[in-house]
Design a protein around this ligand. Structure first.
Ligand code: ATP
Length: 355
């Protein structure tokens, strides 16, 4: 497997190396062949090549099976300078589904226990369709100084493929249930098309239970009884909000991993941002980045029917769980007092011990 490493900005320099350390160890133990390559992105890309998304990086990633990308500190980038505007990498590579699992751990303080949900969010269209021919790069436009208009693009293709991804994931889980979250009663054409495609795909997966729920209803339901959900599929903007809500349910952003998948490539990217407020202090939780990397190995194993990659991902899962349950080497955000590196090392050592 060819894996790219992109540090991102700020805490990316602290959490990405921990992920690479843990992934390399698991891959070695499970006898997976992995070739690693580094690519500059964000501020590093700008320093080296005058652009936050250098051509050399985009070209290099084309040859990768997948990559681990740290968070991008775009909020601090200079405005109105095209060399600092960063189109989402997922858009360039058509990585259309963002998969975000949230899971509660007994030892970690959380609003709820026994939560085990996978959110599947469409990430190439919706309100962030980036059609710059008619709108600004945020998908919005301002016809005069008093009015601003946001647009939303929903396609059959986009809805169908993200629904299919959700059903494929549900089929491999114990509960085998997909919930499609939308607001068809109001947005009859956009949410309507998304719902129609979900229903069509559901017919192809008779072994997976399917239900639909309005986006406002699921917001309340998730806060009150998240245990009712297994796999939740939704459109871009709704998913952006629900996935942060999901992270909040189980203990915070440091615990929320993610993987963006396309037809042939995938990208590990944690839900959290670059957290400039804690960057350089060695206190960021590496869990989300490590588990995002684990998802990449699992995805590759599934796509290529390679049990060694599946094994590597299971090894990481159990090492992480042991370190969390043991609670001696966890970071401050989840109630511990260890540094980023100490938590990463503890997971690495647990892997070696399991061997
Ligand atoms: P963006 O818009 O790029 O998503 P943001 O400002 O919404 O960024 P984050 O950068 O994710 O949000 O930070 C939100 C809060 O969560 C901050 O207080 C940050 O320190 C904290 N945080 C984020 N990631 C982690 C982590 N891995 N470990 C500990 N705390 C974190």
């Amino acid at each position: 497997m060819k894996i790219g490493i992109l540090m991102g900005d700020d805490i990316g320099y602290e959490v990405v190396p921990e992920a690479v350390k843990v992934l390399s160890a698991a891959a070695k133990i499970a006898k997976c062949e992995v070739e690693w390559s580094n690519f500059p992105i964000g501020k590093e890309g700008h320093n080296l090549h005058g652009n936050t998304t250098p051509e050399v990086t985009v070209d290099g990633l084309k040859a990768m099976d997948g990559w681990i990308m740290g968070p991008i500190g775009h909020q601090a980038y200079p405005r109105n300078d095209p060399t600092w505007i960063m189109p989402p990498i997922r858009k360039i590579f058509d990585l259309f589904a963002s998969i975000k699992p949230v899971r509660s751990y007994n030892n970690i303080n959380s609003v709820h226990k026994k939560v085990d949900i996978v959110f599947v969010r469409e990430v190439t269209e919706g309100m962030q369709s980036w059609d710059t021919t008619i709108t600004s790069d945020s998908g919005e436009y301002r016809p005069n100084s008093e009015i601003s208009i946001g647009s939303r693009v929903i396609t059959r293709k986009g809805s169908n493929r993200v629904a299919r991804e959700a059903f494929k994931i549900a089929q491999k889980r114990d509960r085998r249930k997909v919930t499609a979250a939308h607001k068809e009663a109001v947005y009859r054409l956009t949410c309507g098309m998304f719902a129609e495609e979900c229903r069509k795909v559901a017919l192809e997966f008779p072994d997976v239970e399917f239900e639909e729920i309005h986006i406002d209803t699921i917001a309340a339901h998730l806060v009150m009884k998240p245990q009712d959900f297994d796999v939740v599929v939704t459109t871009n903007q709704f998913g952006d909000i629900l996935t942060d809500l999901g992270a909040g349910l189980v203990g915070g952003l440091g615990l929320a991993p993610g993987l963006c998948v396309g037809d042939t490539q995938a990208m590990s990217q944690a839900t959290h941002g670059s957290a400039p407020d804690i960057a350089g202090q060695n206190i960021a939780n590496p869990f989300a980045m490590i588990m995002s990397g684990k998802m990449l190995l699992e995805w590759f194993g599934r796509e290529n029917s390679d049990p060694n990659f599946q094994k590597a991902s299971e090894l990481i899962d159990s090492a992480v769980e042991m370190v969390i349950n043991d609670a001696k080497h966890t970071t401050i955000d989840i109630g511990g007092s260890s540094s980023t590196q100490i938590m990463g090392n503890a997971i690495y050592e647990m892997l070696e011990k399991n061997l």
